[in-house]
Design a protein around this ligand. Structure first.
Ligand code: F6P
Length: 534
């Protein structure tokens, strides 16, 4: 199943639809005024908003019309998007530069339904059993029940679990505290350990490769701390999630939950890397997360492109990046619980699609990944929304709105919290309305809001494990869509290698190894090394 060459594809700029889109942009697209578009077409909201599992998507405040979408759909067809999608779902080695299949969707397929089902469900069952044991240990009345889970990992081995455990905090086991340590800066680990006791703490060392410098350094230091603070049972207090079982064993970890090279780091929260999520939510919660993602996978696989929300979002991304040339996109979750979602999406989108050559290695004559950034609303309104409303760049904004508050409060606070949630909703809608409508400043130009600034609203009914799973899978497939049109390998990350290699040589210098790397060092770096005492 794996190893097969991916199916044929055509790069977007080599299609007739690309040229047609260029003509459409010149003739209508760049001039489109959202206010006029709504005034002309009373059905605009109905025709440009779409249902996907768990997520309602309003595209109507974007700089598109039905004709734009038709051209974009033509583009998807000419690029062979469906064949590329089927190649991914079928296990072809679409990560061509690493010769790997891309099968994170197999991790959320029900037993017997996806590729590698026996392996996937074997690990899933073992991981969920272990999560249940940990939850029982947290409930045990004994002298030292488990209280703290410290997850050590970085990048894809950190961002997903960290984001999801925070997003679903209202569903987390009440007697367990979750800590995430990623940075090689010892401050991250030291401040975490400062309040912990070894007997109450479980460490999860999460690394696909089990070689990543930051994770190995933090894990080694954590082990030292554990022993020095009187911890005795490393086998009970350290577990690993990795594809490199041998290296984990060498580290001294007896219990390892494995996964496979066809799970990319930034697509791995559904695998053993999601162990903290499973411990936090329990088996039913983790299975609900997978089920939500699975529902989105089915939508992506089968809904016609004109109503396929991840595909439409990916197409609009291409429209904005390559025709409007918007360099960034702002993510604005109007949910404090989603505070880590923008960081998660930064890796998902920019590590996947931040590439300047296509799969054949040919230089791309067009731009790829935008810079993705953001913070939860309403905080963001009091920071950089000024620039979104009146700055010199147009930044498409993505509002993520949750209809019902996760926390109801108690007798003393429930009414006030319900009202606060209505304030939150009003703010989200007001911002997208203001971006679009603008306001004349009259004789005061600094009070002028140009308007016609695009936004998308993604609406969830509630923040549950299922809806979060669907939302994240929606983003995964959207990133796949734009990457497939651009003809790039969205699943490698060679761009992180050079810095790692140079860092090794510089560390040798900082460690005081005589003569290390001196020859290759430029004058600026050498000068800075001197300032650092090396
Ligand atoms: O930053 C590069 C990267 O390889 C990411 O793709 C990955 O998520 C992260 O490092 C962590 O890698 P690992 O899980 O192997 O420690």
């Amino acid at each position: 199943m794996t190893g097969a060459a991916p199916t044929s594809w055509t790069r977007c700029d080599r299609t007739a639809a690309w040229a047609a889109l260029g003509g459409h942009w010149q003739a209508h697209g760049r001039e489109l005024d959202l206010r006029d578009a709504f005034a002309r077409d009373a059905g605009r909201f109905a025709s440009l908003s779409f249902d996907a599992p768990e997520v309602f998507c309003d595209l109507s405040k974007n700089l598109i019309d039905v004709a734009t979408l038709r051209f974009l759909v033509d583009l998807a067809n000419e690029c062979g998007l469906e064949a590329q999608r089927d190649a991914m779902l079928g296990g072809a080695a679409i990560n061509t530069t690493e010769g790997r299949a891309v099968l994170h969707t197999a991790l959320r397929a029900p037993k017997g339904a996806g590729p590698f089902s026996d392996e996937v469900h074997g690990v899933l069952d073992a991981m969920l059993d272990f999560a249940a044991q940990v939850r029982r240990r947290a409930d045990a009345p004994g002298a030292a029940p488990l209280r703290h889970i410290v997850h050590i990992g970085i990048g894809g081995s950190d961002l997903g679990p960290r984001m999801a455990v925070r997003a679903l905090a209202h569903l987390v086991h009440p007697r367990l505290a979750f800590h995430f340590v990623a940075n090689v800066d010892g401050d991250d680990l030291a401040t975490t350990l400062a309040h912990l006791a070894p007997a109450e703490t479980l460490f999860i060392v999460a690394s696909k490769t089990f070689t990543t410098q930051e994770t190995m350094a933090n894990a080694e230091t954590a082990k030292r701390w554990f022993v020095a603070s009187g911890g005795t049972r490393i086998d009970e207090h350290f577990v690993a999630a990795t594809t490199n079982v041998e290296a984990a064993a060498k580290f001294g970890i007896a219990r390892t939950f494995g996964f496979w090279d066809w799970v990319g780091g930034r697509y791995s929260l559904w695998s053993a890397i999601g162990l903290p999520i499973a411990i936090a939510l329990g088996a039913d919660g983790f299975r609900a997360l997978l089920a939500g993602a699975r529902a989105m996978d089915e939508h992506f696989a089968s809904a016609p492109v004109a109503r396929n929300v991840p595909r439409l979002l990916g197409l609009v991304d291409v429209w904005y990046r390559n025709f409007h040339r918007f360099p960034t996109r702002c993510i604005a979750p109007y949910a404090e619980a989603l505070q880590r979602l923008p960081a998660y999406l930064q890796q998902l989108e920019m590590e996947s699609n931040g590439k300047r050559v296509d799969r054949n290695g040919d230089a791309l004559p067009f731009a790829t990944s935008p810079v993705v950034w953001g913070e939860p609303g309403t905080n963001a309104q009091h920071a950089y929304f000024q620039m979104l409303h009146q700055g010199s760049d147009v930044v498409p904004v993505e509002f993520i709105v949750v209809r019902e508050a996760a926390l109801a409060g108690d007798d003393a606070t429930s009414d006030a919290l319900a009202r606060q949630h209505r304030m939150l909703l009003a703010n989200a809608l007001a911002q997208s309305q203001a971006l679009m409508q603008g306001r004349e400043g009259g004789r005061e130009p600094h009070r002028h809001f140009p308007g016609n600034r695009p936004s998308t609203t993604l609406l969830l009914d509630r923040l549950t494990a299922r809806s979060l799973g669907a939302l994240v899978a929606l983003y995964e497939h959207r990133v796949f869509t734009s990457g497939a049109l651009w003809g790039i390998d969205s699943f490698d990350q060679w761009g992180v290698e050079l810095g790692k290699a140079l860092g090794g040589a510089l560390l040798a210098r900082l460690d005081g190894q005589a003569g290390a790397a001196a020859a290759a060092i430029d004058a600026s770096t050498a000068g800075l090394l001197g300032k650092l005492g090396a």
